[in-house]
Design a protein around this ligand. Structure first.
Ligand code: F0G
Length: 344
């Protein structure tokens, strides 16, 4: 049978209320791409779970199909979220599909163009907040407590239910759960979801390496960060809503939460692109963490099966590439000019 979306495939394993009305864009079912060359360098059997291939270009669609299906079934007319961009685009698309109004709050000037454009294109009301993601999330929590507007951030438990399915897919694609799972951590909904998913599926448990950006690493520092900063704007978050759960996932799995620099993130982004996988900067944090921890000897992937989760597509943040690489040369339209630059 052709694929009919994530709730159709795994719905029986998801704790969604009976009133839910499934809204799907056939999200999920993303490829687990073998990375033999890079795996050889690191001495492990390495895979990328490429979540950038979801309908709106990020893993958020897994949680959003669940959250919007529940909100619609409950009779909500309007949904709202705070977002560093991907949640906004995903909420906008699924709300559009469901015929609901979407309002998205984003930190002013700090959202990559592909995400902002998506949210606008799908018809959401986009509001820029003079503050951080954390400030926007506080506003969203307050308004959903005082009005019937439905909250679709990952504080919403149905987002977590939906996002568990990536762990199920990984276990279905491999003989069992991998030995290590490496992924970026922002508001900490996704690491919480993977850990819940692996525990539920009972095909083994990975050690979890959660990776924050050094300028936005509250879980590594052990305290909130008031002014988070990183080029990986998706994870520019100083007060993760599910921080405690992220720390528990790392601890229970005998894994860890670490921080990597922006340079290490950009370098990992280039390494992935060199393998044909273009991701946005935050999405490269998992690989950056694996490489740095392996270098330090604090993670030993030798002989292990390792999955790196790449959470969002490179098209989300094209500016990071066009700004940091040399611009393409311009030549006159002659053979001589062309052969000249090719021989350079
Ligand atoms: N990677 C990408 C591409 C993201 O967009 C996010 C979060 C994360 C990783 C981290 O996931 O928050 O569950 O720990 N983006 C949210 C947003 C905050 O608003 O789009 P998390």
């Amino acid at each position: 049978m052709t694929y009919q979306g994530m709730i159709h495939r795994y719905g029986q394993l998801l704790d969604l209320p009976a009133h839910s009305k499934t809204i799907s864009l056939l999200e999920g079912n993303t490829p687990l791409i073998p990375m033999p060359r890079l795996g050889k360098d690191l001495g492990c059997e390495l895979y990328v779970k490429f979540e950038g291939l979801n309908p709106t270009g990020s893993f958020k669609d897994r949680g959003m199909t669940a959250a919007i299906s529940e909100a619609l079934g409950r009779g909500a007319a309007t949904v709202i979220c705070a977002s560093t961009g991907n949640t906004a685009a995903s909420a906008a698309a699924y709300a559009a599909r469901a015929g609901l109004r979407a309002i998205v709050l984003i930190p002013e000037g700090k959202v990559a163009v592909g995400k902002l454009a998506g949210a606008i294109a799908y018809g959401a009301q986009v509001i820029q907040v003079q503050g951080s993601f954390d400030d926007a999330l506080s506003l969203v929590v307050e308004i959903t407590q005082k009005t019937p507007i439905a909250l679709v951030n990952s504080i919403n438990p149905f987002r977590i239910e939906g996002q568990k399915t990536s762990a199920f897919e990984i276990c279905d694609d491999l003989p069992s759960a991998p030995d290590w799972l490496c992924l970026p951590v922002g508001n900490a909904g996704n690491i919480t979801s993977y850990w819940a998913g692996f525990k539920q599926y009972q095909k083994g448990l990975p050690q979890v390496l959660g990776v924050q950006a050094a300028g936005a690493a509250p879980l590594v520092l052990g305290h909130p960060v008031d002014k988070p900063e990183t080029i990986a704007t998706a994870i520019r978050i100083g007060r993760p809503a599910r921080g405690e759960q992220a720390l528990s996932a790392a601890e229970e799995s005998n894994g860890r939460i670490i921080a990597v620099s922006d340079e290490e993130i950009l370098s990992a982004q280039k390494i992935l692109a060199g393998e044909g996988i273009w991701v946005e900067p935050a999405s490269a944090a998992g690989l950056a963490g694996l490489i740095t921890e392996t270098g330090k000897g604090s993670v030993d992937p030798k002989g292990k099966r390792v999955v790196v989760v790449c959470t969002g597509h490179g098209l989300k943040d094209p500016a990071i590439v066009t700004e940091s690489f040399e611009s393409p040369k311009i030549i006159s339209a002659t053979y001589e000019a062309l052969i000249g630059v090719i021989r350079e």
